[in-house]
Design a protein around this ligand. Structure first.
Ligand code: PHE
Length: 344
């Protein structure tokens, strides 16, 4: 019996020491099993020993082992309750939702300024009955220049520093190339808009080797500069605001005659003169003119019966003016800090 008591005291100490190491209810469960399991547990085995004990000692033996068992069960239970509470608390902490925290800001994407201006221009002109025709970025020398009354060695080719792909093919320098395709394939009345990328070997704060233009072409009976001015007045009012007007200045393009440079009254100062319009009250916005008879004839259109007007607008330039951007590169750098500010 003495030996047994000694053994029980040992197990008791072992349990006390062991419990100090336990950190989770799962560990308590395993630890508990290693003592109380009826087959493998240390106390369980002592219980099984019972039958080998001399009958006169059996009751005392059973009592002592049982006491230890009850004591251990209570200890484990107590520790289990404590650790489970701690674990629950921890789960609450981890899953805590702070409802006072500011919500994650949901940002709504917006269209690129070039796309915005392109769409605005298309809106203005489609309300006047224009259709969109998109040409190709690779063109032949014929469509980009020769058919536009700018044959080889014409000095006007100098105005557009061209990326040639071969003597015949080039990256179009102007959407005007689309005029020829349309006039070759359709009979007047023609009213098209041709937006797209164009390419010139030009690079500074206001020029980029790739930029976007929007061509407009109208061919019908009796088209004059007045039609052009009327349309452009509507355009600048829609883009730059009510009260904006246009003025035409003589200019030169081989494919229009007469040719004009179109200015709009300065929308920043209302025409009084400011930094934007360099004190003149006017801002140059696009090139235009009456389609040169030679161009109509090149496309098989009778220039006695029909006349046309054409204009070409730089979309980046329009976006820069409209949104006060001073460097064209900002439109190509995809910097969200810039792009997010422009959402019309
Ligand atoms: N294609 C000309 C340019 O790129 C602009 C223009 C288009 C001028 C149509 C007149 C008529 O400079």
């Amino acid at each position: 019996m003495q030996e047994l008591n000694h053994k029980l005291a040992e197990i008791k100490q072992e349990i006390l020491d062991g419990m100090e190491q336990l950190e989770s209810s799962k560990e308590v469960y395993e630890f508990k099993k290693s003592y109380l399991d009826s087959k493998k547990g240390k106390i369980g085995q002592l219980m099984k020993e019972m039958r080998n004990i001399a009958p006169e000692n059996r009751a005392a033996y059973g009592k002592s082992v049982n006491e230890l068992k009850e004591w251990a069960t209570a200890c484990f239970e107590e520790l289990d309750v404590k650790l489970k509470a701690k674990e629950l608390q921890q789960r609450y902490e981890n899953e805590k939702i702070d409802i006072t925290m500011p919500a994650v800001k949901k940002t709504k994407g917006n269209l690129h300024p070039i796309t915005q201006v392109r769409n605005q221009l298309i809106d203005v002109f489609s309300s006047m009955g224009f259709e969109v025709f998109e040409g190709t970025e690779i063109e032949t020398d014929y469509y980009n220049f020769t058919a536009l009354n700018t044959p080889q060695d014409h000095p006007a080719r100098d105005m557009q520093d061209t990326f040639y792909l071969s003597p015949e093919f080039l990256l179009r320098t102007q959407t005007s190339a689309g005029q020829i395709h349309v006039m070759e394939n359709r009979k007047p009345p023609i009213k098209i808009l041709s937006p797209g990328k164009v390419f010139r070997s030009d690079d500074d704060a206001t020029h980029s080797p790739m930029f976007t233009q929007m061509e407009g072409l109208v061919v019908d009976k009796g088209i004059t500069l007045c039609d052009l001015k009327g349309m452009l007045d509507v355009l600048v009012q829609k883009i730059y605001g009510e009260g904006t007007t246009t003025r035409l200045r003589p200019s030169y393009f081989p494919f229009t005659e007469p040719s004009v440079e179109v200015d709009c009254s300065c929308f920043a100062c209302g025409g009084k003169g400011c930094k934007l319009c360099k004190g003149t009250g006017w801002i140059e916005v696009l090139g235009a003119g009456i389609v040169n008879k030679k161009v109509l004839e090149n496309c098989g259109i009778d220039s006695e019966e029909y006349s046309g007007l054409a204009f070409g607008i730089g979309i980046e330039r329009t976006a820069m003016l409209k949104y006060g951007i001073n460097n064209i590169k900002l439109l190509f750098e995809s910097d969200l800090r810039v792009l997010e500010q422009i959402d019309d």
